[in-house]
Design a protein around this ligand. Structure first.
Ligand SMILES: [Zn+2]
Length: 363
């Protein structure tokens, strides 16, 4: 694994990510992750994990990551750093205190958030880790076996499965955003509980049917965030904007199309949570610095002209939960590497983007 990580970094990767509530990432222990992070550190890359929990035990999961990075001597970026579910209401200051403590001790740590309260994942991801063992066919087999399916239901609804962040699932918060099979379109845009009520069955029966009939392809929104947490975290001095967008499905999360104008419209102009200047830094210079891009992220002579020209009085995310693919407003011009890809609000046929690779550490 160390050799594979080194190979990826040699080829231009900027770091290592991990999905610690997902199969198979969840099976990785901290000792092996620390070893891999040592390799990442030797290339000047950074570690960017999806943590072991964003619900019960979220704070412990963040602390564990900070400690892991410290031991490995590796830079750290906390991905989509949220504090979700009822258990974390109003607890953002505890995460920020943890962050400040690490920064004061000299850690190279940053974080990003998306400016919305809903999360987005797959329905199958909510199941307990043990149910994922052996891959998709094994999961489907467990779901169609009455006894095993009942154990899964118990973990999900009563115990709080690790896939659902240790919190018993509330089917009112789980909204279907996309299905693989067109025959299941009727579920899209409704919560699991709503669909269950329409069918006169329990939410678990509906969820289980969906998983089996859609062969695990269902994507969901999870309405489990807290606005005051989102606002508190986005104000931190090492925060960057991030979309964490998933484009799949008929009704994807609006963040996939709206994250950046949402920051500028809702959180700068409408609510004043961030100043315009600071927000622009969160969305440009800071992420470029985290990625160690030597010639991007600032408007400066000799830099690549990646420019977004927006009107601060009108810029807004057009996308909503109901119409998630609506383009933003108030952005008349976009240049990629000095070439117009959006001109007078219209797309040109210029394809100026290209892969950007890690800048090797000098010396
Ligand atoms: Zn994630």
């Amino acid at each position: 694994m160390r050799r594979l990580v080194a190979e990826g970094l040699e080829q231009g990767a900027v770091g290592l990510s991990s999905g610690l509530t997902y199969t198979p990432g969840r099976y990785a222990g901290n000792a092996e992750l620390t070893e891999l992070c040592r390799v990442v550190a030797s290339y000047g890359g950074y570690y960017c994990p999806h943590h072991r929990s964003y619900g019960a035990g979220a704070l412990e999961a963040y602390a564990e990551t900070v400690e892991l990075a410290r031991r490995a001597g590796c830079a750290l970026h906390l991905a989509h750093a949220t504090m979700n579910f009822g258990v974390n209401e109003g607890r953002a200051p505890e995460l920020l205190a943890l962050l400040d403590e690490a920064l004061a001790a000299g850690a190279d740590v940053t974080l990003d958030t998306y400016p919305y309260t809903a999360g987005c994942t797959t329905l199958v991801a909510l199941l307990p880790g043990w149910a994922g063992e052996g891959g998709p066919e094994e999961i489907l087999r467990r779901l169609t076996d009455e006894g095993t399916a009942e154990r899964i239901r118990h973990d999900l609804e009563e115990g709080g499965s690790d896939g659902c962040h240790g919190v018993p699932v509330d089917w009112d918060t789980v909204e279907v955003s996309g299905v693989g099979s067109a025959a299941l379109d009727v579920y899209v845009g409704r919560t699991v509980r709503e669909s269950a009520a329409l069918r006169g069955e329990t939410p678990w029966t509906t969820a289980r049917r969906l998983l089996v009939e859609d062969r695990l392809a269902t994507t969901v929104l999870q309405h489990v965030g807290h606005e005051e947490n989102v606002r508190a975290i986005m104000r931190h001095r090492v925060h960057t904007g991030g979309s964490d967008g998933i484009l799949r499905g008929a009704k994807p999360h609006p963040r996939a199309y709206g994250t950046f104008p949402q920051y500028l419209g809702r959180y700068v102009r409408e609510s004043g949570v961030l100043s315009l200047e600071s927000c622009v830094a969160h969305l440009t210079g800071r992420p470029a610095a985290r990625l160690r891009l030597p010639d991007r992220g600032l408007v400066r002579e000799g830099y690549r002209a990646d420019l977004v020209l927006f009107d601060p009085r009108t810029v807004a995310a057009g996308s909503t939960y109901d119409a998630p693919r609506t383009p933003p407003t108030g952005i008349p011009y976009v240049l990629v590497d000095g070439r117009f890809v959006l001109e007078d609000g219209r797309r040109t046929d210029v394809l100026a983007g290209r892969a950007v690779r890690r800048t090797p550490v000098s010396g």
